[in-house]
Design a protein around this ligand. Structure first.
Ligand code: UDX
Length: 443
């Protein structure tokens, strides 16, 4: 929304949320206090805020004044009842739809920006049509978001495509056109594609499923590489040169994380089951299973290399975010790896350039709210590595490459090991210093 405001000074963008603390943070004078860390975002907010970008808790007024409303609430995996562990929880979407139905006036376009299961638009439309007064009429569009964290602003400035789905009626087509015109302020027309509602909703789930599948595929090969002496980076490079495969998203890792991949695949699995397609469901579920296997395998390799026990041993964890250039830890592979290591009674010292200490503790201990006694968090990498037997690289932060690895080596117990879950570092250079190096997908 900030980018829309920046690129379209003639459009008034009003962001409303019931969470007062979060809105206050978005309004903060100090741009370091914005709730989301994302390269370039602070500049965008600074430019548009106070001009045509507003943040407030005035939800009802926001609804009444709007011609177009983007529903952008979260749709986590359901944790209770029917579909628990797989289906998307649409509670927040429904609450939004009901509030909109109550307050909206005139012709209003509702845009599903949250990632939703196929045919959710139908439910939204039904709530709007039944619960609203005569003051308002609605069109529902689907406009999934394909940006990735860490590169969000670039992705929004130059998207591969913008997708707008709507009903193929006269009113539906007019609504689609309105939204297309907003994006056309900066996105070339040929990159803005329009489809029917269901194709649009399903395309988002499918895109994420395909991306995650590539990672699980290369991660499955990484296990085979470790067993055979092949090198997963060489294999990835060799296959990526085939133009039909392409070079991106072939980086083997300790496992994919983030708020989308697992949730969206499980949602796809649930939908497939729901529509009576168990073979399809099983096929996609395997992508998530392979990811769990990869995360578990990483810890097993550490334990095996450290003479089959890490009990009482200090392990420095470098990186906790689910990828570099973000402070987001949702579904980060680091959470599972840390828990597994603690289960083995290791003592962990975590360092991440952007993730605050409280969040590390909260993620590791789940919702129990208690700090695990085996975890400390350091403000810098050198402190985290002090006196450690091993270092586990879990996020590919650039700054880890620039560290003084001689200094780190001197401060560690010997033999000093590095387990590079991201194949980030120069392994030969580390071996010359004296480290034992274990790299993902390298025998
Ligand atoms: C993803 C999609 O890329 C984006 O289009 C969608 O809108 C939201 O979900 P995001 O979760 O922000 O974006 O990050 P992404 O860059 O896709 O990475 C997801 C995870 O996969 C990260 O943990 C990353 O480290 C991992 N990954 C990515 C790999 O392990 N190997 C790769 O080659 C690429």
């Amino acid at each position: 929304m900030a980018v829309i405001a920046q690129k379209c000074p003639h459009i008034d963008v009003h962001i409303v949320d019931i969470n007062e603390a979060r809105i206050a943070a978005w309004n903060s004078e100090n741009l370091d206090e914005l709730p989301v860390f994302e390269p370039g975002l602070a500049g965008v907010v600074a430019e548009a805020r106070g001009r045509n970008l507003r943040f407030s808790t005035n939800v009802d007024a926001g609804i009444r004044e709007a011609d177009i409303i983007f529903i952008s609430v979260n749709t986590p995996t359901k944790t209770y009842g029917v579909g628990a562990g797989k289906a998307a929880d649409l509670k927040f979407v429904e609450l939004c739809a009901r509030r909109i139905a109550e307050q909206a006036e005139g012709e209003t376009i509702i845009v599903e920006k949250s990632t939703l299961p196929v045919r959710t638009a139908e439910s939204i439309k039904s709530i709007l049509d039944h619960a609203s007064s005569d003051k308002a009429t609605f069109q529902v569009l689907s406009n999934p978001e394909f940006l990735a964290e860490g590169t969000a602003i670039e992705d929004l400035y130059e998207p591969d495509r913008v997708l707008v789905g709507g009903e193929m009626t006269v009113g539906g087509k007019a609504a689609i056109q309105k939204l297309v015109e907003i994006y056309a302020n900066w996105v070339p027309r040929e990159r803005i594609i329009t489809t029917n509602l269901w194709s649009s909703e399903l395309s988002k789930l499918t895109a994420n499923a395909f991306l995650a599948q590539r990672i699980s595929s290369i991660n499955s090969i990484s296990a085979l590489c470790e067993a055979t002496g092949a090198d997963v980076d060489e294999v990835g490079h060799a296959i990526g040169l085939d133009s039909r495969i392409g070079p991106k998203f072939l980086k083997s890792s300790v496992g994919f994380g983030g708020s989308c991949f697992q949730k969206d695949i499980l949602n796809l699995v649930y939908l497939s089951q729901h529509f009576g397609l168990p073979e399809v469901a099983e096929y996609w579920e395997q992508v998530v299973k392979m990811n769990e296997y990869q995360k578990g395998r990483f810890t097993k390799r550490i334990v095996k290399a450290l003479y089959n026990t890490v009990s009482g041993k200090r392990i420095a964890v470098f990186g906790f975010a689910f990828k570099k250039d973000t402070n987001d830890t949702r579904e980060s592979a680091a959470i599972r790896v840390c828990r597994d290591l603690l289960e083995e009674q290791a003592l962990l010292n975590v360092y991440d350039p952007k993730v605050p200490e409280s969040l590390v503790h909260a993620e590791i201990s789940g919702n129990s709210g208690e700090k695990h006694p085996g975890v400390t968090v350091s403000d810098d990498a050198y402190a985290a590595a002090e006196g450690a037997h091993a270092i586990a690289i879990l996020t590919e932060w650039d700054e880890f490459k620039a560290l003084d690895w001689n200094r780190i080596y001197d401060a560690m117990l010997k033999p000093a090991s590095v387990f590079d879950g991201r194949n980030l570092l120069d392994h030969e250079a580390l071996r010359e210093i004296g480290f034992e190096v274990y790299a993902t997908g390298k025998g």
